[in-house]
Design a binder for this molecule. Structure first.
Ligand code: SF4
Ligand code: SF4
Length: 144
């Protein structure tokens, strides 16, 4: 069983096609839609996590690509500034992959970069600007 996150961009003329239902039915994978923004005037964008057998997930991605959906596989790209973190735990509930958790002993929030799937749901959840994408971080710091 593997888990793979992907950003899907749907061209306008594909918005009314049941491609996600087809993936679930044809390949027997779980599809968890974390974010979706679809309007009739624009292309649609979804951030999804696929879970299933390796071959089934790969077949699902190939099916989507063959359906002319643009599929982007995000790389891990999060920066956590521990010095800014006040351990409020707001990010923990948002994090679908348990990259942010609360340490049972210290009650402090900890970040495991290896688990991060780069969905960026924690960024707006953090009121203390303790998390940002690498691209934001580089733009601010000039690569420092
Ligand atoms: S939301 Fe921000 S400040 Fe709160 S625990 Fe997460 S990283 Fe730390
Ligand atoms: S980007 Fe944030 S919310 Fe998403 S998996 Fe990584 S740590 Fe969790």
């Amino acid at each position: 069983m593997i888990q793979k996150s992907a950003i899907l961009n749907f061209p306008k003329d594909l918005l009314d096609r049941p491609v996600i239902s087809n993936v679930i039915r044809n390949f027997e994978v779980e599809v968890n839609i974390l974010q979706a923004s679809i309007t009739p005037e624009e292309d649609g964008r979804m951030f999804v996590i696929f879970r299933g057998g390796k071959e089934a997930v790969e077949q699902s991605l190939a099916y989507l690509k063959n359906s002319e959906i643009r599929v982007y596989l995000p790389v891990k790209n999060l920066v956590w500034d521990e010095n800014r973190c006040v351990h409020c735990t707001a990010c923990v509930g948002q994090c679908p992959s348990s990259a942010f958790t609360v340490d049972a002993q210290s009650r402090q929030v900890v970040f495991d970069a290896a688990r991060c799937i780069a969905c960026e749901l924690c960024i707006p959840a953090c009121s203390y600007n303790a998390v940002e994408s690498i691209s934001e971080h580089l733009a601010k710091t000039g690569g420092q």
